[in-house]
Design a binder for this molecule. Structure first.
Ligand SMILES: Nc1nc2c(ncn2[C@@H]2O[C@H](COP(=O)(O)OP(=O)(O)OP(=O)(O)O)[C@@H](O)[C@H]2O)c(=O)[nH]1
Length: 527
């Protein structure tokens, strides 16, 4: 992620300040600030902003009130002051426009060529469409050959109605006609993609002014490539003068670019970032809030973004069907397949992990590549099942083991791997059975705490539980295996507790189940 290195360095600076008991308070603060300033400057953040941030933190930390408080409070104060000042750095100060239902909201995109405009237009269209807005896309880029085809392909894939022309060369005319057509058809969100050039040229800005005059956008969004560095500021100012955008989308935040230049541009134009692009896929798109961003940057996690993201990528109908099944205490292989597809749509596991408190570092222990490989295998296995098999509770495979061999062949996996997935589904089905009518967690998934005893399971005494927990602590590799069994601990899976973390007590109970133990031993999981 962009700025990931910056986050680590700031964290280190704050933590070493907190653990340093030898220096006096002023020296501790100054040493910490020196490291933070260096990290920010090396990430391309504008020098003026860096020094303003440094002075603000120093003033807050060294004023007489903060100095008189005790050690624990000082630690909290340092953490909070750094956090707040970093939030201010990415806070555009003004409130962005929010499209209203049953109104016709016209949104115009501007930005240089290659910044990710067309991709972001489609991502935003999908975002609003998923939230019940009748949404259409207009391609007003007649400058670049192939621009309309690109938007068309994206729109078809995402099932978003679109408008454009292969013959009309006047972008103003195309924009006007497209918006008029969608307005007539009572569309609620109409997104206009415009052209970009490689450089900031006079004609481009003139074109933006003219399009803006005819489509009268409720909101103009500038798309900015997070990797452009210091040039971001000048580019943003030029667009601000011509098209007075009211919001920014930062793209390519998944890259390893420094990103500080783009952050500086936000501060220079006092315009809020509303979304960030985190990949090329249509769902690699996150709503931006300064607090969430800084939380993730510092590895604190951000459940709000996770749930918001889950809502965007999950299919309402599928979720509803799974919910109904869960209400009845059922969890079929089809439910399992839908959940896997949703998790895969959420993007790289590191993206998901960074949103879960305490999970940011977890993927360092379980290799992302390995986990993604395992998850993909699970999808291949489930995709190789017949509809009858998917809609079943999984027993069909026990009754007819030849099915396992067929699925293994079809998915390019082994019979053992298929059995492994069936075992996971069985575990989840058991959980669903035991939570029938019980409490539900976020996203309607079973809430693990306070879960009733699973049917057919031996009673687990507190001593046994303690023993098992001890065993787990002594053997972290076992936990890793368990995490892998659950596809790397991705969020939203049935059987996961709040925030997608597996519930330890529940795991313990499952580990005590003789049938599960037998199967686990067979798979070499060493329970
Ligand atoms: N990794 C990554 N790639 C992205 C992201 N957003 C866009 N891209 C890629 O960046 C390239 C350019 O994106 P486009 O959407 O075509 O850019 P554009 O600004 O519309 O360009 P023009 O149509 O030429 O003006 C494409 O290969 C996209 O797939 C992102 O958030 N992350």
């Amino acid at each position: 992620m962009v700025l990931a290195d910056l986050g680590k360095r700031i964290n280190t600076a704050v933590n070493s300040a907190l653990s340093n008991s030898q220096d006096d308070y002023t020296t501790t603060v100054d040493v910490m600030l020196k490291s933070i300033v260096t990290a920010l400057l090396e990430s391309d953040v504008n020098i003026k902003l860096v020094f303003a941030l440094r002075n603000n933190i120093r003033t807050s930390l060294l004023d007489s009130k903060s100095r008189s408080i005790d050690n624990a409070q000082t630690k909290k104060l340092i953490q909070k002051t750094v956090f707040d000042e970093l939030c201010k750095l990415v806070d555009g100060e003004t409130e962005p426009y929010v499209p209203k239902k049953r109104k016709q909201n016209v949104i115009m995109f501007v930005g240089l060529q290659g910044s990710g405009k067309t991709t972001s237009c489609t991502k935003l269209a999908v975002y609003y469409s998923k939230r019940g807005f009748k949404t259409g896309l207009v391609c007003a880029d007649t400058f670049r050959a192939g621009a309309f085809d690109q938007l068309k392909q994206n729109a078809i894939k995402a099932r978003i109605p679109f408008y454009g022309s292969y013959t009309e060369t006047d972008p103003v005319k195309v924009a006007q006609e497209g918006v008029a057509k969608f307005k007539k058809e009572k569309f609620e969100v109409i997104i206009v993609d415009t052209s970009g050039r490689h450089r900031q040229e006079e004609e481009l800005f003139q074109e933006m002014v003219e399009i803006s005059q005819v489509v009268k956008p409720n909101q103009t969004i500038m798309v900015l490539d997070a990797s452009i560095g210091q040039a971001a500021e000048q580019q943003s100012k030029a667009f601000k003068d011509s098209s007075d955008f009211g919001a920014i989308i930062l793209t390519k935040m998944d890259s390893h670019a420094k990103g500080g230049g783009a952050i500086s541009a936000v501060a220079a134009t006092k315009t809020p970032i509303i979304f960030i692009g985190t990949g090329e896929h249509v769902h690699d798109f996150e709503k931006f809030s300064p607090k969430s961003f800084v939380s993730k940057l510092l590895g604190i996690g951000d459940i709000e973004s996770l749930l918001e993201h889950f809502q965007t990528v999950s299919n309402k109908e599928d979720t509803k069907a799974t919910m109904e099944n869960l209400q009845q205490g059922k969890f079929t292989l089809l439910d399992f397949q839908k959940q896997m597809q949703t998790i895969m749509k959420m993007g790289p596991l590191s993206n998901i992990a960074s949103m879960i408190p305490g999970m940011g570092n977890m993927l360092n222990q379980v290799s992302e590549e390995e986990t993604t490989k395992r998850m993909k295998k699970m999808v291949f296995v489930l995709d190789s099942m017949t509809q009858q098999e998917l809609e079943s509770d999984g027993r069909i495979f026990i009754d007819q083991p030849s099915r396992i061999v067929r699925v293994a062949k079809g998915s390019g996996t082994s019979a053992l791997e298929v059995e492994m997935i069936l075992m996971q589904q069985q575990m989840m089905a058991r959980m669903a059975q035991s939570t029938k009518g019980g409490q539900r967690g976020p996203g309607g998934m079973p809430a693990m705490p306070g879960m009733p005893q699973m049917p057919g399971m031996p009673q687990v005494s507190p001593a046994m539980m303690q023993q098992a927990q001890q065993k787990l602590r002594q053997n972290p590799g076992m936990m890793k295996n368990m995490m892998n069994m659950f596809g790397g601990g991705g969020g939203g899976m049935p059987g996961m507790g709040a925030g997608g973390m597996p519930n330890m007590d529940e795991m313990m109970k499952m580990m005590q189940d003789p049938q599960m133990q037998q199967m686990a031993q067979q798979f070499g999981l060493g329970m």
